[in-house]
Design a protein around this ligand. Structure first.
Ligand SMILES: Cc1cc2nc3c(=O)[nH]c(=O)nc-3n(C[C@H](O)[C@H](O)[C@H](O)COP(=O)(O)OP(=O)(O)OC[C@H]3O[C@@H](n4cnc5c(N)ncnc54)[C@H](O)[C@@H]3O)c2cc1C
Length: 391
């Protein structure tokens, strides 16, 4: 067994670390100032445009896009270090294009959809969203009510009605991959389909922007007789659940790496600070509590990183990683929450300020224990694969 990254993947990691150090970290003070002022802590359009120009010049676009649409076809193992670096800063930036929907499109596209959606998306020319969650169905998407039916005029179009909530980027995305029930009897087992819905489609109505913890925003969307041409059904009718899991798996991998990056940053901040601060005549670094925070953090980060590489490697081999990915999501998100919280404690009142990145990092990581499946549901999946839990 060889734990070394391939040379080209190590070089990619170095390049992204440089990009983060030279271009994202300098934006952190502005991000934190906006957050402290109660403003939007996401990068501004101007900041993003500048970063896009630099990252494109550095050859950091389309890293995992298929080669046949101009991408570099990088495997999951190469992306762990990339996302770890990106997760280490609160200047939140995604190298175009966002990977999860890319994976879902690549797994399902028809030749026509490839030209119209996958290729421009892979080139970073468009932005997309995913619409799964509903007011009555989140952790359990099988409870989904949004319904797509064939128009009765013989056009082959689909008419979609329903409601989606917590949809990231719904208002800004050029298109949303929208999940809907096409056969209520079969439901998620053969009756759930995916549709490509363009932002300006009549009946795709963004109702409100919802501020979330950690400077995030999501949207609520009403589908009101939203007519979608027949060719925009993604994959085959009734078989949307599998490709949706491919997408969620890609995001969970990314999320784990972001969490490792955030936890490592918190640990680095703590180990820089603890030797400098003296209380009751001793440095904080001489207190066993602080030493154990640091040691436990280093152990947990190391273990989580190995889990992430194991899962990424298995994904690249085409193996079934349902158990591993659930274990990884729970481990990474809870580990990062714990380590960031200990770092905040170590900094005392300074750790409670919005002048440091820790509070924003804590909020971001906190949302990750909910989206793409709450921790409890992932534990349920792991337990179900260990024993018969139906009785
Ligand atoms: C920042 C953010 C961004 C998001 N972006 C998107 C997006 O882009 N697209 C999208 O479709 N959705 C998105 N979501 C929604 C997210 O995927 C759902 O919130 C998540 O799946 C949980 O669904 P829910 O909120 O309805 O919680 P519920 O399903 O109501 O669950 C509530 C709680 O009940 C507990 N629970 C549920 N089931 C079980 C179980 N089996 N065993 C034990 N406990 C259980 C858990 O603690 C869970 O947190 C986003 C959410 C957040 C926070």
């Amino acid at each position: 067994m060889n734990f070394e990254l391939a040379e080209e993947h190590r070089m990619l990691a170095d390049l992204v670390q440089r990009f983060v150090r030279d271009h994202l970290m300098p934006l952190e003070p502005a991000v934190l100032a906006r957050e402290a002022a109660g403003e939007d802590s996401e990068l501004t359009a101007e900041e993003r445009a500048g970063l896009d120009a630099v990252s494109r010049d550095m050859g950091l676009w389309s890293l995992d896009a298929p080669e046949e649409v101009g991408g570099l076809g990088m495997p999951h193992v190469a992306l762990v270090a990339v996302n770890e670096a990106l997760g280490s800063t609160v200047a939140k930036y995604v190298l175009p294009p966002d990977s999860p929907n890319l994976a879902m499109l690549a797994a399902t596209c028809t030749p026509e959809q490839r030209e119209a959606y996958l290729a421009p998306y892979a080139r970073g020319e468009t932005v997309s969203a995913i619409g799964i969650s509903e007011p009555g169905a989140g952790a359990d998407p099988a409870g989904m009510r949004t319904r797509a039916v064939r128009a009765d005029d013989g056009s082959g179009d689909w008419i979609i009605n329903g409601r989606k909530i917590w949809i990231t980027r719904a208002a800004e995305a050029d298109f949303t991959i929208l999940m809907a029930i096409t056969d209520p009897v079969k439901g998620s087992r053969g009756g759930m389909s995916a549709f490509l819905v363009d932002r300006d489609t009549p009946g795709f109505n963004v109702l409100r922007r919802i501020p979330m913890v950690g400077g995030e925003y999501t949207y609520e969307v009403a589908l009101e007789d939203c007519r979608v041409p027949g060719w925009k059904l993604l994959g085959t009718e009734g078989n949307g659940f599998g490709p949706m899991q491919v997408r969620l798996g890609t995001r969970r991998m990314e999320m784990a790496a972001w969490c490792i990056g955030a936890a490592q940053r918190a640990l680095d901040m703590m180990t820089d600070y603890a030797p400098q601060r003296v209380t009751f005549g001793e440095k904080l670094s001489q207190r066993q509590t602080v030493q154990w925070w640091a040691a436990d953090a280093a152990i947990a980060i190391h273990a989580t990183r190995l889990m992430a590489y194991d899962c990424a490697w298995k994904l690249d081999q085409g193996r079934d990683v349902r158990t591993e990915i659930s274990m990884l999501k729970v481990q990474a998100t809870e580990m990062a929450s714990r380590i960031i919280d200990n770092a905040m404690q170590c900094f005392g009142a300074m750790g409670m300020t919005k002048e440091m990145p820790l509070a924003l990092m804590a909020g971001r990581v906190r949302t990750m224990r909910i989206y793409d499946g709450p921790s409890e549901v992932h534990r349920m999946v792991v337990a179900r694969n260990l024993m018969d839990t139906r009785a």
